[in-house]
Write a protein that binds this ligand. Structure first.
Ligand SMILES: [Zn+2]
Length: 301
């Protein structure tokens, strides 16, 4: 019986221990997953919290910045290539013979090579550079289609001695009207360049009108000149001396004086309301700006 009592006690203790182990195992296994779940929740919260200010998120931002640091170097390189290309493009434009600048402060270059010239079909005595001539004829044909008839090419290419003759004749004309020689020269210079300073010597210019006589600013308000002013850029021409640009070009408005510069340049000048002087300044400024940015970028790298 004593053995039986001992056995019962030992059995109860074992059952108790097993029960305790089971309970603790149950409790532990029940609590731990809750802890893990809450950590996961925090992790998820941190990952998705855009305003999170914990290190993990800051590190992510830093990582993004670190990986992005490669891009600015690449973009510097591509910007440098872009700027060099921009400089080249503008330099090519400035060397374009169709953009030659002849005005009162820029005489015909001594080494100017006369381009190939042809007589205009409208008037074979009037000569122009071959491309300028063909584009002018296309424009005048189109203008005729639009109802602008009886058009004269009053003047096209003029050599230096013709320019001298015109210049002297105009001075005499003003002196005949009672102007002093000095005033007659001043008045003449408003419209006629002294020999060596006339765009007409380039063979890229035509004075076109519906009348044989020019010299009237009112011409700009007639249908043909309104039409020319709005459309001639499509043929590579600009109306060279515009009202409002007298201080830049050095000339009073001459709605009849058409200058060939090529379609791209003519369209740009037309759209931006630039004279040839201003367009050339614009090209030079493009180069200067690109060179300055290039110097800054190269110093940085
Ligand atoms: Zn002219």
């Amino acid at each position: 019986m004593g053995n039986q009592k001992n056995f019962n006690i030992i059995f109860s203790v074992i059952i108790g221990i097993v029960f305790l182990v089971c309970i603790s195992f149950f409790v532990v296994s029940f609590i731990l997953p809750i802890g893990d779940t809450s950590m996961d929740d925090n992790t998820i919260k941190n990952d998705y919290n855009p305003n999170g200010s914990n290190y993990s998120n800051d590190d992510n931002i830093n990582n993004i910045n670190n990986s992005a640091e490669i891009t600015p170097e690449n973009s510097d390189e591509s910007r440098i290539a872009e700027l060099e290309e921009k400089i080249r493009e503008n330099e090519i434009k400035l060397k374009d013979p169709y953009l030659i600048l002849v005005n009162k402060s820029n005489p015909m270059p001594e080494d100017y090579v006369m381009p190939q010239m042809v007589g205009l079909s409208l008037d074979s005595a009037r000569k122009m550079e071959i491309m300028a001539a063909s584009k002018l004829e296309l424009f005048l044909a189109k203008a005729k289609e639009e109802g602008h008839n009886v058009i004269y090419v009053v003047s096209a290419y003029r050599d230096k001695s013709t320019q001298q003759t015109n210049y002297d004749a105009k001075i005499s004309e003003y002196m005949g009207l009672g102007y002093s020689r000095e005033d007659a020269e001043k008045r003449t210079l408003e419209f006629i360049a002294p020999p060596g300073f006339s765009e007409h010597q380039t063979a890229l210019v035509a004075d076109v009108a519906q009348e044989k006589e020019l010299n009237s600013e009112k011409l700009a308000q007639t249908p043909f000149f309104i039409y020319a002013n709005e459309n001639i850029h499509k043929y590579g021409y600009i109306v060279r001396y515009q009202k409002g640009k007298e201080l830049v070009t050095g000339y009073s408005a001459e709605p009849w004086h058409f200058r060939y510069v090529g379609i791209e340049a003519a369209t740009y000048m037309h759209e931006k309301n630039l004279s040839l002087e201003e367009y050339i300044d614009h090209l030079n400024l493009n180069i200067t700006a690109a060179e300055q940015e290039l110097a800054t970028l190269k110093k940085k790298n």
